[in-house]
Structures are given as C-alpha cells and as structure tokens.
Design a protein around this ligand. Structure first.
Ligand code: GRF
Length: 208
C-alpha cells in the first residue's frame, strides 16, 4: 500500500504507540501515523504523540450523552486524516456499529490474553488465578463482538509464578514486538479477512 497511514486510538500510557513510533523511525513499518486520538485528556500517550510531532485529537467521551454520539464525533474527526487503518492500542472504549461500519475490516485491536480465553479486563490476574500454564496476547480485527473478531496473530509465554506485575511486563514486551509486525503485514497488503478467518499471504492464520 503506497503512502500507508494509520490512526492510533489510546486511553492511557501508550507504550504500544511508543513502540510503533520507534518501528516507523527504523523503517520497520512502511508508513506513518496520521493521527493519535485519545478519549482521555490525561493520557500519557498524548505526550508521546507531541514529542514525535504527530497530530493528536482529544475527544473526551464524558462530554457525550451516548456511545453512538461519541463514535460519530470520532468518525468525523478521523475523516480529515484519511487513515487506511485504525489501530486500537489500549483504547478503553467499546466501539458501536457507528464506528465499526465506518471502518469495516480496517480496525485492529490488541488484547492481553490468548483469546478466546479471558476477554474483557484484568487478564493477567485471571490467567494466574485460573492456573493457566501459558498467557499471551492476541491481535485481531474488530467486529461488533467484545474481543471476538477474526484473529491475525498471537504470541505466548509460560507463566512462571504468581507475580502479576512481572507477567504484565513480559506481556508488554510481546505486544511491542508483535503489534508493529502485524501493522506492517497490513500495510504490505498481506493480511485479509476471509469470513471468520484471517489470511496472511493467502494462507489461513493458524494459531498455536
Ligand atoms: C495493553 O496491554 C493492551 O493489550 C491493552 O491495553 C494495554 C495498553 O498499554 N489493550 P499501553 O497504553 O500501550 O501502554
């Protein structure tokens, strides 16, 4: 895809955003971030966008009466940047059909668990408490289901002990490597959604 650009939606720290910025600098993602959007005015990720000279928008969800109104405003704001892809990176809002239909099959999300295990919040704690041997991350296209869209890639690690903080740090490291890689695949036109499945270079993604 020539002149590939993507928008990154955040709500917090934005360490994944930081990793994407670094990967672009190192030419490991062929394209640019056209804009960063935060629903949280206090998100540290906004500072990361400023430091990198990336345009940013703050759309505070608390100022909207409904999810749909917030999503309309999001779609409207993003329109002027013409993103090829929307990348959710710690964006703590459930998107309605208003947004999903506007960017059908062009929204990626990263979730800190091996989906379909542990959708929702507190995944590290839940993985430890469930006695899981492995924990990991999932990158998937977003559809109307919560953390349920077609999966592009997963990466996993062994759970060594019950130290949640340590596990979270290791999970973040996985995220910072895998998300830029998947964005690159997309930018190179190698990822496609085929019904419930995703193909990479026309081969169905197999999860391990
Ligand atoms: C990540 O763990 C991601 O999987 C989840 O939210 C966290 C965001 O972290 N969706 P950061 O804001 O990118 O540091």
């Amino acid at each position: 895809m020539s002149n590939f650009s993507f928008a990154v939606l955040i709500s917090g720290n934005g360490s994944n955003l930081g990793s994407m910025i670094n990967h672009i600098k190192e030419n490991k993602i062929p394209g640019k971030i056209c804009c960063v959007v935060s629903n949280n005015p206090e998100a540290y990720g906004i500072q990361r966008a400023k430091d990198a000279g990336i345009p940013y928008e703050i759309i505070n969800n608390k100022e909207f009466k409904s999810r749909e109104e917030f999503d309309y405003s999001l779609v409207k704001k993003l329109k002027k940047y013409k993103p090829d892809l929307i990348v959710l990176a710690g964006f703590m809002r459930i998107l309605s059909n208003v947004f999903i239909e506007a960017y059908d099959q062009r929204i990626l999300n990263i979730h800190p668990s091996l989906l379909p295990k542990h959708p929702g919040l507190n995944t590290h704690k839940r993985a430890i408490e469930s006695g899981d041997k492995y924990h990991g991350i999932t990158i998937h296209f977003v559809d109307e289901s919560l953390d349920g869209g077609p999966i592009c890639a997963q990466s996993k690690i062994k759970i060594n002990d019950s130290d949640q903080k340590k596990l979270e740090t290791r999970i973040h490291q996985l995220e910072h490597e895998l998300y830029p890689k998947v964005i690159r695949w997309y930018a190179e036109g190698r990822l496609e959604v085929n019904g419930e499945f995703v193909t990479l270079d026309n081969k169905k993604i197999t999860l391990n």
